[in-house]
Design a protein around this ligand. Structure first.
Ligand code: ADP
Ligand code: MG
Length: 354
């Protein structure tokens, strides 16, 4: 093409815009599952059952007993920027739900076939509807696209089929279903451990054995035991609040008797599963004095930071969050872990002396 002549500027078609935007939020099955799981938790579910086929590429299904979706909202639930959680920009500084952008279901419906079956407590039946590109579509050609009454319990079931069926390049990049399944399990494990009071199960379709299966009555330590087995008996509890920096840390960290080939770091900031490279590095370096060379700890940490000091809106996937005084907070957590490990080690030395 001739680069000396400008080509006309045109407005992109809405479907193209939405499909491009979808790629930012949903780039693999595990992202889609995280969004669905967070929606179920936002809906107040105490029981969440996940079923996966082919690493989530063929099927991602999630069933919850949350508050359901109102019949009159079903037409717009998969449209972009429709949400029941956020009203004003100001609400963002005090948001207590995982979701707020109203983009997840829309994004998923632009790159997969979505079916929602849902019932609210005050409705006498459930409704089922299918979605494509944000809109209601008929379940079969020729049928009506309107939500159809059906039997069901209060709560929501969302089925996502053939993820990236219309994005061949993405599909090609995700050739290994067992790798995708492991990434899904990583997300499920984190939320299953952290959400004491919620029973979460995850299994492959057709299998009668769940890989994850926590009880709604189990405390966090039991959830860790369910998922990581014997790890749980080598954990030290951590709990401290910092008035000046306005945050609290609670968690379980492995002791000097325990080590792994690769660090397991389950980090939550205000209940969101997030990553934080500088905190991870600080913790790893503390453990080097306690663990054999090239081995690593298990660390579960839950930080509760004053919401005004946290910015959750830095990335569409909300994988990272920014918070005030990050360096000081990281140092304070490092010191707390250091003290806890040192005191555990001293009491052991004392015991062996006796
Ligand atoms: P967001 O979570 O940011 O609001 P989503 O696209 O994830 O956006 O969901 C859109 C809306 O659909 C939510 O605000 C909520 O009202 C409804 N919703 C989605 N999943 C569920 C669910 N499992 N139970 C009840 N309502 C749901
Ligand atoms: Mg959401």
């Amino acid at each position: 093409t001739d680069k000396t002549i400008p080509r006309p500027i045109r407005r992109l078609d809405e479907t193209v815009v939405n499909r491009i935007a979808a790629g930012e939020i949903i780039n693999r099955p595990a992202n889609a599952l995280k969004e669905l799981l967070e929606n179920s938790l936002d809906a107040g579910a105490s029981n969440i059952q996940i079923t996966i086929k082919d690493g989530g590429l063929k099927l991602l299904q999630i069933l919850d007993n949350g508050h359901g979706i109102r019949r009159e909202d079903m037409a717009i639930v998969c449209e972009r920027f429709t949400t029941s959680k956020l009203k004003n920009f100001e609400d963002l500084s005090n948001i207590n739900t995982y979701g707020f952008r109203g983009e997840a279901l829309a994004s998923i419906s632009h790159v997969a076939h979505v079916t929602i079956t849902t019932k609210t407590a005050d409705s006498n039946c459930a409704y089922r509807a299918c979605y494509s590109d944000g809109k209601l579509v008929p379940a079969k050609p020729g049928a009506s696209a309107e939500p159809k009454a059906c039997a069901g319990n209060t709560g929501t079931q969302i089925t996502v089929e053939d993820l990236f069926y219309n994005v061949p390049t993405r599909r090609k990049a995700l050739r290994n279903p067992s790798d995708e399944y492991n990434r899904i399990l990583d997300v499920v494990n984190r939320y299953a451990i952290h959400n004491s009071g919620v029973s979460i199960t995850c299994k492959k379709q057709g299998s009668n054995q769940s890989e994850v299966n926590t009880l709604s009555t189990a405390p966090i330590l039991d959830n860790i035991r369910q998922i990581y087995g014997s790890t749980a008996s080598e954990l030290l509890e951590l709990s401290k609040s910092f008035r000046k920096l306005e945050f609290e840390v609670h968690g379980y960290i492995s002791n000097a008797n325990y080590n792994l080939k690769k660090m397991i770091f389950l980090l939550f900031i205000n209940h969101r599963a997030v990553e934080n490279a500088s905190l991870k590095k600080t913790i790893e370096s503390i453990y080097t004095t306690y663990l054999p060379k090239n081995t690593h700890p298990f660390v579960y940490l839950s930080l509760e930071i004053s919401p005004q000091n946290v910015d959750v809106n830095v990335h569409p996937t909300k994988r990272e969050v920014r918070f005030l005084n990050e360096d000081e907070v990281v140092t304070a957590i490092g010191d707390t872990i250091q003290e806890r490990l040192a005191s555990a080690n001293n009491s052991r030395a004392f015991l062996t002396q006796v």
